[in-house]
Structure formats: structure tokens, C-alpha cells
Design a binder for this molecule. Structure first.
Ligand code: ME8
Length: 712
């Protein structure tokens, strides 16, 4: 029987346009799927979009659209983007499709029929952004995204999650590979060991969802709806024979590849639902780390996203694939930067693999009219390369199968370097005076046939990661279409010795032209242009626009010690035209200043103590800090005053990374009249020193101070 392999990406919410973060998970799956297919494994690669729920309903409303129109538009952006990137999912499921709806209703009914669902009431906190129930009092902040939760009071159906505490712990123990990497495993284990409460699996306060069968005022909780895509896409819930056969063939999934932030849903809720429904469990949930941009998670809400197309249009899709898989150890967070990308591209692709291919192919044409010669008698150098290449194949496979894509590519690039070194050492382009013509031709034949064979092995190995380039090289090596090789499962038998003497090489073609100095800027410009046109195209629903993060200088600015302190300014100075109160730091008195006659202070600059006490200055702690899309300067803060929480907008976005502010104690003017900016209301101002150029430095305390304490 043919081996089969089913892998899935998360299905992406349609409230945000596809960005590099989404592309990352999808590209990883694409590389795995391509390799499996080329190994002769019958592969099914699923991706899609998650379109129901309160978050989408609200985003659609904000965009002045109906949820279904809105979802269709963004879903199409995802599928178009995957096409443009040359990704090869076998199926793209939308949760608004009939086939999905049918399957979800069947799953719900099955859970209910088997006694795992009961009706009750939920009063508690809900995070709309994560579509997650959160324990705590009203005002509680979501532990995952840091947003303030909403209080929900609804009639709901509950799933008996508590009954699965023990079965889940048993599963994790029996199958340590069920969830990986270890960090995720530990986190999930400690969550479950902390005790599981029953889970509300329906909502009644809005309608954008799949109706609960038999009780249509309820819609199915969006995570139960979304997780079910992994089975409904295969045909679960369908009576159709072909669908049933597909489900039989591919379920259970080999891997659900996800971002680490949704581990709980996949490692706790999903297996519990499946156990309750009597459906087999997936073999593994694998989490990728986060792609960071300017040191924080690339995400729409932080406004620091980059679109995959901006990279692909300038350097090509393969460059992006290579960078993501080589640069970031899978499972860990990794930084994306245009400069690092260009560096990797030039170093590993243009100067490395690309240059090697071009040298060998050109020499083959120049010295042998493009026909592979017989290598003749081999020397130790060729035997060594042969041995290294032969050892590289299983090493690459081991790393790749272990999701260590970076390690896999590293070992191939070490082979690239060896072949480069071999060429340099043998220098087939140069005939020393003491070498006969016949000897030189023999050397050229031996070296070029050997180097070309090494390139063939390298190209086969990197095909899943660099499919477009591998296709070109395959032709240049006279191997025909790589798609045909894939159909013949060429990776199954990839081994040294496949390049036969007499093979006619294809014409040389450029592979990775060296990236010029302005490449990073060109990508940035494209990114800015993309963002602009995206805003225009959607008509500007602020919430969902991908807005680029503040300039990179910001981080630098924060790191740089601020040298000069501005001379005295009037008291309430606004930083960056936002309500940050800048407490003035006077310039340190110089000797001249001290010696100078004291100028008479104008009466109007003085206030009485009664004036001062009118200003209510209080200690507050920052609970949430986030960028506001399309506002370069403003941060939205949620602060805790001990007895109340409130929202404040502050013009410090260019100087402070939001994540670093969380937990910080600050001083606010608490009795300032509310002010609306960018559609958000600011209930107060924070205090900061205003340094040269308006650079703010937040006021704070060295000793412990209780929240809400008044400053007098
Ligand atoms: O969570 N780095 O959808 P979503 C790495 N609909 N991966 C990233 C990323 C980043 N900066 N940003 C996004 C949802 N991703 C649910 C899933 S599944 C049944 C339902 C990737 O649109 C990563 O795979 O928020 C992450 O888990 C996913 O996109 C989140 O996409």
C-alpha cells in the first residue's frame, strides 16, 4: 500500500490580509508536501480560511460590508497570494462552504448524541480577538493577546472538557511526539494539569456562524467550527462515496502545523472533541515560532507586517522560502529583516549555489559542448566528494523529517562549499604549462562530471525548498522537467551516480542574479506601495489594514543614550501632538547660568498651590500597549489605577516598543477631559520628560508605589 501523508496549516482568519507570518507556516507545509510527493508518498496538503465568529462579524461591519462579502474578499486574497507564491495546497477550505457547515453540524450532533454536550449559561470573560474564553473578573486582560476581555452572559451549550483531563494527560504521556516542540509540550501539559473546566461551544449573542443543529438561535463556537475543518475538508459529514473514501484514506492527519499561540486549541480542545466523537486523533501538532519584525511578533494588530509578495517580486519566491527555512530554527522565534534577507540571498544563493551551478554549466558548454563527458579514472578528491554527498543525503533527510529545515539546508550548503573548494583546488579552467593537453582534458572531464553530479544531488535535495530554481537547474543539467521527476518519485532513489556520460546539458540561464545595494530599499518601497494600494482597495477599514511598523530608527533611538536635555519649556508640552504630558527637565545650570543675574519671572507663569492641586496626578500601571494602525506616533495603552482601568492614547510610538511598556508604572493626569483621536477616546495623559527633538522619557519611580497613589 502506498504510504500517505496528510498535513494542514491553520486556517487563517479573514480579518487580516495575508502577510509573511501566514506565508511562513504555509511555505513550511508546502516544502514538506513537495518533498513527500517527490518521495512517492500520497500527500494531501490542506489550507484555508476561518471565516465565522464575532471578530469577523465586527470587522465586516467596520468595513461597511456584510460578513459573507467581507470574508469572500479576504479569503480570495489568501488563495491568490498562495497562487502567486507558487504554493501547492491540494485543497483550500473556507469555513463558509456548505461541505464544512454540514460536517460541523454532524460533529456537534455526534458530540451531543454521545452525551458530551449539555445546555447551560455562561457568564464570564471573552476575548474577541482570540475568540477565547478567559478566566477572571470583568476587566481581566486576555493572557494571550493582552487586550481587555468583554463580559459575556449567554445561554450556551457546554462541552464536557473536564471529562478529558485524564485521557489527555494519558495521551501526552503515551505519545510525547503528539505535540512539539518541547516548549509547547510543557506549556500545554501545565495547562491541563492545572485542571480543565467544561467549555462553552456555542454562542447566542451574534449570528455569524454555523447554526447548532436543532437549536438555531445558537451558533457553534468558532474554534469548534474552525478545528473541524481538518476533517470536513476530507469529507467528514458527507454521504458522498468519494468524500468518504478520501476521509478514510487521509484521516488521521500526520501533522497539524500551527503557530505556537494556538497550541491550546489544537493540543487540548481538538483531541478532546475527537475523542468524544470517537474519531481517531492526529499524529502530531507541530508549532512554528513567531516571525518577528522589528523585534515583535509580525501581526496585523501590531501593524508591523510585511507581505510575502514584496519579497517575492524583488528576489523571487525561492529566496523567501530559503530565507525562512534556513534562517529561522524551526520552532523558535526568528527575526525577519530585509537586510538579513539580502545578505543570505547574496551569500548562500547568488554567490553559493547559483554561482556554482553557473560555473559548472558554463564550463561544460565551453569545454565539452554541453555534453557530459565520461569522468574517467577517479582520484581521492572525487571519492571524497562522492562520500560526502552520499552522507549528506540521509543527513538532510533526517533533519528535514525532524522539522530541522535549517539544519538540513546547512548540511547541503556545506556540500556546496565542498564542491566549490574542489573546483578551486582542481581549477579545470586553467591549464598549467607542465600539463599535457590530454591530461588536462582528462582532468576537466573528471572534475566537471563530478561537480555536475554533485550539483544534481544538491538540486534534488533542495527541490522542496527551492522548487523554481531546481526546475531551472534540472533542465540545465539535461535532466528534463523536474515535475516529471517528481511524478516518478525521484527523491526516493536520489543517490550519487545518476548523471550519465553523454547527457546533453540545457542552455545556461541566470539563477540568482546578485542583489544590488538598493535591494532592501526596493522591497521596502514595494511594501509601502502595496500597503497604500491595499488601503485604497478596501476603502480603508482601519482595523484590518496592514500598516508598516514605525521606522527602524525607532529602535535605534531608544537604544541611544539621549545626550542633550532641552531647555525649559512650558509645563504641559505635547509630544508628537498626542496627549503625553512632558514634565519639563530644566537644563542643568551651567556656571555661566548660575552667575547670570536672575531674570524676573513673569507673573503669569506662576500658579498657586490651589491651581496645582486641581491636576490629579496618579500612579498607573500599563496593562496593554499596542500600536494603532495608520497612526505612526500613537500607542493605545490600557492602564490600571488600582480602583479602575482606563484607556489612554500616548504619542510615544516612535520611541517605545509597546511590548516593553507592559507592567511599567507611570504617572498620569487622571482628571483630564477625555479626548478622541483616531476614533479612540483617551482618558488622561501620561507624564514624560520632553528631550531634544521631542523625544519623551516616561516618568516613573524607583521605590514601590501602590497603583492609584496620588502625586502631590
Ligand atoms: O489563529 N509568525 O488564525 P490567524 C509565525 N483562525 N506564524 C504566524 C505569524 C507570525 N508572526 N502570524 C501568523 C487563527 N502566523 C485561527 C486558526 S486553525 C483551526 C484556526 C501564522 O489568522 C501561524 O501559523 O490568526 C499562526 O498560528 C496563524 O498564522 C494564525 O493565523
Amino acid at each position: 500500500m502506498t504510504e500517505r501523508y496528510y498535513l494542514t496549516t491553520p486556517i487563517y482568519y479573514v480579518n487580516a490580509r495575508p502577510h509573511l507570518g501566514h506565508a511562513y507556516s504555509t511555505i513550511v507545509c508546502d516544502a514538506i508536501a513537495r518533498r513527500k510527493r517527490a518521495l512517492g508518498v500520497e500527500t494531501w496538503f490542506l489550507t484555508g480560511t476561518d471565516e465565522h465568529g464575532q471578530k469577523i462579524e465586527r470587522s465586516a461591519k467596520k468595513a461597511g460590508s456584510t460578513p459573507d462579502e467581507f470574508a469572500a474578499k479576504i479569503s480570495a486574497e489568501f488563495s491568490d497570494s498562495w497562487k502567486r507564491l507558487g504554493l501547492t495546497p491540494d485543497d483550500f477550505i473556507r469555513t463558509t462552504e456548505e461541505r464544512h457547515k454540514r460536517g460541523v453540524q454532524k460533529l456537534f450532533a455526534t458530540l451531543r448524541d454521545r452525551g458530551f454536550i449539555y445546555k447551560g449559561h455562561y457568564t464570564g470573560q471573552y476575548c474577541v480577538s482570540d475568540e477565547a474564553y478567559v478566566d477572571g473578573e470583568p476587566g481581566t486582560v486576555c493572557p494571550d493577546c493582552g487586550r481587555v476581555t468583554e463580559t459575556v452572559k449567554e445561554e450556551n451549550y457546554f462541552f464536557k472538557l473536564s471529562a478529558f483531563e485524564k485521557p489527555l494527560l494519558d495521551l501526552y504521556e503515551r505519545h510525547p511526539e503528539f505535540m512539539q516542540p518541547e516548549s509547547v509540550r510543557r506549556e500545554v501539559l501545565s495547562f491541563v494539569r492545572g485542571g480543565l473546566k467544561d467549555l462553552s461551544v456555542s454562542r447566542t449573542s451574534f449570528t455569524w456562524g454555523i447554526p447548532v443543529p436543532g437549536d438555531e438561535k445558537h451558533v457553534v463556537y468558532v474554534w469548534l467550527d474552525a478545528l473541524a475543518n481538518y476533517i470536513t475538508a476530507l469529507g467528514y459529514g458527507s454521504d458522498d462515496v468519494a468524500s468518504k473514501a478520501k476521509f478514510e484514506k487521509f484521516w488521521p492527519a500526520n501533522v497539524h502545523l500551527i503557530g505556537k499561540e494556538i497550541s491550546r486549541f489544537h493540543c487540548v480542545y481538538w483531541p478532546a472533541f475527537l475523542m468524544a466523537a470517537g474519531i481517531a486523533l492526529p499524529h502530531q501538532v507541530r508549532a512554528n515560532g513567531w516571525l518577528l519584525f522589528d523585534q515583535s511578533k509580525m501581526s496585523k494588530s501590531r501593524g508591523n507586517v510585511v507581505r510575502a509578495e514584496s519579497v517575492a517580486d524583488v528576489l523571487g519566491v525561492d529566496a523567501l522560502r530559503y530565507f525562512l527555512l534556513r534562517e529561522i530554527p524551526f520552532g523558535q522565534d526568528g527575526n525577519f529583516s530585509f537586510d538579513a534577507l539580502v545578505q543570505r540571498y547574496n551569500g548562500d544563493l547568488a554567490n553559493g549555489y547559483g554561482n556554482l551551478v553557473s560555473r559548472v554549466v558554463n564550463m561544460m558548454h565551453k569545454f565539452f559542448e554541453g555534453v557530459v563527458p565520461d569522468a574517467g579514472t577517479l582520484t581521492e578528491a572525487e571519492e571524497k566528494l562522492h562520500a560526502t554527498a552520499t552522507a549528506t543525503i540521509p543527513e538532510f533527510n533526517r533533519c528535514f523529517d525532524d522539522f530541522d529545515f535549517s539544519g538540513a539546508l546547512k548540511c547541503v550548503w556545506s556540500l556546496v562549499a565542498d564542491v566549490d573548494g574542489y573546483l578551486t583546488a582542481t581549477a579545470p579552467w586553467k591549464k598549467p604549462a607542465d600539463r599535457t593537453d590530454a591530461d588536462h582534458v582528462a582532468l576537466q572531464a573528471r572534475v566537471l562530471a563530478t561537480a555536475a553530479e554533485a550539483i544534481r544531488v544538491i538540486t534534488g535535495l533542495v527541490y522542496p525548498v527551492l522548487p523554481t530554481s531546481a526546475e531551472i537547474v534540472w533542465r540545465q543539467l539535461g535532466q528534463g522537467e523536474i515535475a516529471d521527476a517528481v511524478k516518478k518519485n525521484f527523491l526516493k532513489s536520489l543517490a550519487w551516480g545518476g548523471l550519465k556520460a553523454g547527457t546533453k546539458f540545457g542552455e545556461p540561464a541566470p539563477l540568482f542574479p546578485r542583489a544590488e545595494k538598493d535591494t532592501a530599499e526596493r522591497m521596502e518601497a514595494l511594501e509601502a506601495e502595496n500597503n497604500k494600494s491595499a488601503v485604497e482597495a478596501v476603502g480603508g477599514p482601519i482595523e484590518m489594514d496592514d500598516v508598516k511598523v514605525a521606522p527602524a530608527e525607532v529602535a535605534k533611538k531608544i537604544a541611544e543614550p539621549v545626550a542633550k536635555v532641552e531647555a525649559a519649556k512650558p509645563f504641559v508640552a505635547e509630544v508628537a501632538s498626542a496627549p503625553v504630558v512632558a514634565a519639563t527637565i530644566s537644563a542643568p545650570a551651567t556656571t555661566e547660568a548660575a552667575a547670570a543675574p536672575v531674570a524676573p519671572v513673569e507673573e503669569k507663569t506662576l500658579i498657586t498651590i490651589d491651581d496645582f492641586v486641581k491636576v490629579e496626578l496618579r500612579v498607573a500601571q500599563i496593562l496593554v500597549a499596542e500600536r494603532i494602525p495608520k497612526a505612526d506616533k500613537l500607542l493605545r495603552l490600557e492602564v490600571d489605577l488600582g480602583d479602575e482601568k482606563r484607556q489612554i492614547l500616548a504619542g510615544i510610538a516612535q520611541y517605545y516598543e509597546p511590548e516593553k511598556l507592559i507592567g511599567r508604572k507611570i504617572i498620569i493626569v487622571a482628571n483630564l477631559a477625555p479626548r478622541t483621536m483616531r476614533g479612540l477616546v483617551s482618558h488622561g495623559m501620561l507624564l514624560a520628560a520632553s528631550l531634544e527633538g521631542g523625544v519623551p522619557v516616561l516618568a516613573g519611580f524607583h521605590e514601590e508605589v501602590p497603583l492609584g497613589a496620588r502625586l502631590k
